[in-house]
Design a protein around this ligand. Structure first.
Ligand SMILES: [Zn+2]
Length: 437
């Protein structure tokens, strides 16, 4: 029978969605540069809406969530895999993926021989679409879920990238209005109009991307800065990568092209391109004064140690960047970097700075996960596996089944692998609870 005046069900919308699954594995969950939670036999409880309900020791979670969940026991293949948060690649040229690893020992000749002709091909919309699908599938296969991405000068390539990107990504078409090289040269007005249109259309997922100072005049840089400010979007470009004293010296080239500017950094400062929404790649040969300007303006840095090694660009002075509190996170810089694996980049981070600055495995992991999310302002929902964030993570095949008292020891064994090992170590990738690889 029907009861009159039966109370309606109220307040259910305030209940969190039910648990969908608990993943059982080792869990390494970075909290800061030198702060990392570790669970040797961990559980990651994921809600049906793709957020994290809890992370901790599996046995405790099993009691807390008894009979309400499916256990996905990642250990069942005779090893004990490791869950880490989805990784960040804060500097990657997606249109160079097919020619990665073909570097020569200097920036300018490499650009002319390998990069310009390759990027030129992305005018072909069909090619761009097929390559974008491949590239973003590969990012997922490497566990990369947060990225700042450079596209070519072409509208078709940018649209293809936005169509296939998965995760928290910022993407921009490069602006190239000077003769580097003539066949990629854009009409300044058209290039700026396109940039403005995209900034309006893609908002916070878009980055105004003057390729680097030599690609643009001071006027174009200034107009680009204005668009970024008006549209409240990101800025990304390159700063002080090569200073090898040869005829191809990039820093010297900038000095010649912008005789009024005090420094390479000052070229961007004058254009209004510095600030908290700006990610400068490399920053290897900057003076103290330039670093002070980056710090004062809140400008962030994408650090790409594998690329810097490959092109013989030098070592980013991490100790001077840290001293000033400049935010920085890791990037692959593919195609100068040889691999999309951010684990490979983390490995290099520890190697190149050892003896110059205090680095550790857990710090490398932080620079490749949470630090990138912090820079892009998405750390409230991404970057690590804390409760209520998106359950975005990679499952790594770990070495053996032995127990580790300290996550540094576990990560050290993982980082000891070769480039090929690190490229094959990701077994699964999830974005907001959904498996994408
Ligand atoms: Zn680059």
């Amino acid at each position: 029978m029907n009861f009159p005046n039966a109370p309606q069900l109220r307040g259910m919308e305030a209940f969190p969605p039910p648990i969908k699954a608990v993943h059982r594995a080792r869990i390494v969950n970075p909290q800061g540069p030198n702060d990392c939670d570790y669970h040797e036999d961990g559980g990651l409880a994921v809600r049906a809406d793709g957020t994290v309900a809890a992370v901790g020791d599996f046995t405790l979670l099993a009691v807390a969530f008894a009979d309400r969940y499916e256990v996905i026991d990642e250990t069942k293949h005779g090893e004990r895999p490791t869950i880490i948060p989805g990784m960040n690649d804060l500097h990657v040229h997606w249109v160079q993926n097919e020619v990665r690893g073909r570097f020569r020992n200097s920036l300018m000749p490499w650009l002319e021989e390998h990069i310009w002709p390759e990027e030129h091909r992305y005018a072909d919309a069909q090619l761009a679409d097929a390559r974008a699908q491949t590239f973003f599938d590969e990012l997922a296969r490497h566990g990369t879920t947060v990225a700042a991405v450079y596209s070519s000068v072409h509208e078709s390539a940018l649209r293809a990238a936005f169509q296939h990107a998965a995760g928290r990504m910022v993407i921009g078409n490069v602006i190239m209005t000077s003769d580097f090289p003539p066949y990629l040269k854009q009409d300044p007005e058209e290039a700026l109009a396109m940039t403005d249109r995209f900034a309006e259309e893609f908002g916070g997922s878009y980055a105004v991307t003057p390729r680097f100072a030599p690609s643009c005049s001071a006027e174009v840089l200034k107009a680009a800065g204005r668009i970024a400010k008006q549209r409240n979007v990101w800025v990304q470009t390159h700063l002080s990568e090569n200073h090898d004293g040869t005829e191809h010296d990039e820093v010297e080239l900038v000095r010649r092209l912008f005789p009024d500017a005090k420094s390479y950094t000052d070229v961007y400062a004058r254009a209004g391109l510095l600030g908290r929404h700006t990610i400068m790649a490399h920053v290897i040969h900057a003076s103290d004064e330039e670093l002070d300007v980056l710090a004062q303006t809140g400008t962030c840095v994408a650090h790409c140690p594998t690329s810097n090694e490959a092109l013989g660009s030098g070592r980013m002075p991490v100790e001077r960047i840290r001293e000033r509190g400049i935010l920085y996170a890791l990037g692959s810089d593919v195609g100068a970097g040889p691999s999309l694996s951010m684990l490979h980049v983390m490995q290099a981070y520890n190697r190149v700075h050892a003896g110059h600055a205090d680095v550790s495995e857990t710090e490398a992991l932080y620079r490749g996960t949470l630090a990138g999310a912090e820079i892009l302002g998405v750390d409230r929902v991404a970057g690590n596996l804390n409760r209520d964030k998106e359950a975005t993570f990679a499952v790594l095949g770990s070495p053996g089944t032995r127990a580790y008292a300290n996550p540094n020891h576990l990560l050290a064994e993982i980082f000891a692998g070769s480039q090929a090992d690190l490229e094959a170590i990701v077994r699964k990738t999830y974005i907001a609870g959904r498996r994408v690889f």
